[in-house]
Design a protein around this ligand. Sequence first.
Ligand SMILES: Cc1ncc(COP(=O)(O)O)c(C=O)c1O
Length: 403
Amino acid sequence: MSGDPKDLFSKFDPLIAERQALLDSGVRDPFSIVMDEVRSPTLALIQGRETILLGTYNYMGMTFDPDVVAAGKKALDDFGAGTTGSRVLNGTYQGHKEVEAALRDFYGTAHAIVFSTGYQANLGMISTLAAKGEYVIIDADSHASIYDGCFLGDAEIVRFRHNSVEDLDKRLGRLPPEPGKLVVLEGVYSMLGDIAPLKEMVAVAKKHHAMVLVDEAHGMGFFGKHGRGVFEEAGVEADVDFVVGTFSKSVGTVGGFCVSNHPSFEVLRLVCRPYVFTASLPPSVVATAATSIRKLMHAAPKRAHLWKNSRRLHQGLRELGYQLGTADAQSAIIAVILPDQDRAVRLWQALLEGGLYVNLARPPATPAGMYLLRCSLCAEHSDDQVGQILAIFEAAGKAVGVI
Ligand SMILES: Cc1ncc(COP(=O)(O)O)c(C=O)c1O
């Protein structure tokens, strides 16, 4: 028997057609923006125009910190461009140990393990901790890396309604008491920028004898007295078993981690496949991360400025008449909700033409099929820039007819 093979790409035809129809309507492709030059944490050159960046996760503006950049350059000179190996073979340099020490100091924990991305940290931690016959209990709006960690493992998955303490309690109550259980929460949910009621949720998890993992990807750096995250601000540090995080947001580079006080934690280095079967981070990356993390321990003035920016933008956008994802500024993410794709893309483009870059988010990344323009603030946005951002939102919103 011969013949053409069935085209495995045909399942993507509807998506390709939808995207083409959008581009044919004359708008720019929101998912292929190129930063031709990046001038600072808050400014880039995009197609010849200086543009304010309001769609990065550079919350603490560490990407251009002179000490961070110098540490990266030195490590590149001293240790070369990459490790070419796994952490458990030739890929552990002194810099990997140093960044793990910096994390232990930052979080005040006994253990820290570094992965090559935050995505892999969730894949590794969730799939390794919960095995066949055990349970992972997750928020329905969890990040893709949490879902993928569940799919990689063999445990049973139970979802509860987004941020509902009651639903978490109900679903945990229906599970058999014997098997191990891992409740996975996020400090800040990155689509709407809302925070989890961690105090109540952790108490419910403990009542049902479940272990708790909190992903602080979007909370590290500016929540809590030491900037550890929402779990610190909620006062539940002693009851959270594992904190997962990333270097790709407040830390300003790339990488992922988990910290914990569990006495058997180090065994993960032998059994966690997304840690073992991949190359370790380059020396320059771990050096920048370690320097950044140590500086974030003393960043109270930056934190205060970030919160000021976030509150001012939230209030300003609300006063302009925009519908926002939260009633008040709960984090450094402020989501503007648009009624449909057409208006979302047109507003996104009008903002870009006005000199402002924000993130467009669409289903399936967003909850409940929403179209969002996600604004994420930086501690390096000046008061003047926040004023400019509001002026651009006013002009663009009126031009597109959404306010
Ligand atoms: C909640 C959450 N967890 C994990 C990640 C993955 O982080 P990384 O970019 O380091 O892979 C992200 C990134 O967007 C995230 O938002």
